[in-house]
Design a protein. Structure first.
Lengths: 290, 43
């Protein structure tokens, strides 16, 4: 119960979101993909469309597919979806709706010694480079003879593709297993690296490498769902900052680009100085008391 | 409600509509229903 109180029951939303993104669980045993019309839309979080259970498409994979297509080169559709979601929730998507973010959180619950990433703050800027270079510039400019660009992030960097697609499909499907080579080995090593790091550090992939997190981070200050600090209550004791796994100095900058809106700081504040805006609970209470 | 959020929501909606008019969602659909060899590590 204490644990549930600390996480605010957020895991239930993360579980529901993961199942909603991946409802076709029986496809894991059949070794095939869902091929229906829902794949024309994008899910909010990082979730590979080559996962056998996936119902819709990964926004980062889709963005590369459209910018790498000779007839488009820019994607209004995928960028529009990302701006819309970012303006609504910012990185709240990372905290509540992303299956790969939740996967890292679960690994971090393993009972081992944990290490702070505060001194590695400089690495958080890497993910913006990954977004610009691997998701946009390389697929747009490095093209084959028919003008098609490779999805460079999916191909060389994405650990979610190998976890949700490569591994289950290679186990269930013999012809896929037979075609695996060096690239599969490289991506598997990358996945193992992320898994090991996630056990000791909180959400290393989200902090340092994820291009989707980088995109949503740009919207944190402008999103509808934000955090606010009541300066009359705040004593600058720093309890919120110490509780934050994303290394945010919450009382100084509550809508920092790294904040995933998990709410750990809200629960840690001894003076109830931090709240979410819009405060749905307050609105609900007001309506009830009317 | 913050003005910048509303403007961004509107911009997002307009871009989605423009993308649908250009049939970008069809490219997304085709990519999603076929096994992505790069994602799964075949190449
Ligand atoms: S940073 Fe990326 S992987 Fe992490 S929660 Fe956000 S979208 Fe998901
Ligand atoms: S600032 Fe608060 S809500 Fe944001 S990531 Fe840190 S603890 Fe979570």
């Amino acid at each position: 119960m204490a644990r549930e109180k600390r996480s605010g029951g957020r895991w239930k939303i993360q579980l529901l979101a993961t199942l909603a993104c991946n409802p076709f669980l029986s496809n894991f045993f059949k070794g095939k993909l869902y091929r229906g019309p829902l794949k024309g839309v994008c899910v909010p979080g990082l979730n590979c469309y080559s996962c056998p259970a996936a119902a819709a498409s990964c926004p980062i994979g889709s963005l590369q597919a459209v910018v790498g297509a000779p007839q488009y080169q820019v994607s209004y559709y995928v960028v529009g979806i990302l701006i819309f979601l970012g303006a609504l929730l910012g990185r709240g998507i990372c905290g509540f709706l992303c299956p790969f973010g939740w996967f890292q959180e679960l690994l971090h619950k393993l009972p081992t010694r944990k290490y702070s990433t505060r001194r590695l703050h400089g690495l958080t800027y890497l993910k913006y480079g990954v977004l610009v270079v691997f998701v946009i510039l390389l697929p747009m400019t490095v093209v084959n003879e028919v003008g098609l660009g490779d999805p460079f992030f999916c191909k060389y960097l994405c650990p979610a593709g190998i976890l949700e697609g490569g591994l289950p499909l290679s186990l269930a499907n013999e012809s896929i297993r037979a075609s695996l080579g060096t690239l599969f080995t490289w991506k598997s090593c990358l996945l193992v690296g992320v898994v090991v790091l996630a056990v000791f550090f909180y959400r290393p992939f989200c902090k340092w490498l994820c291009p989707l997190g980088a995109f949503y981070a740009l919207f944190n200050k402008h999103a509808l769902c934000r955090l606010s600090v009541d300066q009359d209550r705040c004593t600058a004791c720093g309890a919120c900052s110490r509780a934050c796994g994303m290394d945010v100095d919450v009382f100084r900058s509550p809508n920092h680009t790294e904040c995933i809106r998990c709410g750990d700081c809200i629960r840690a504040c001894p003076h109830q100085a931090i709240r979410r805006t819009p405060d749905l609970r307050a609105t609900h209470k007001k309506e009830l008391s009317r | 409600m913050k003005r910048s959020s509303v403007l961004l929501l509107l911009a997002g909606a307009v871009l989605i509509a423009a993308g649908v008019l250009r049939e970008e969602h069809v490219t997304v659909l085709h990519k999603g229903v076929n096994l992505c060899l790069e994602c799964v590590g075949i190449g």
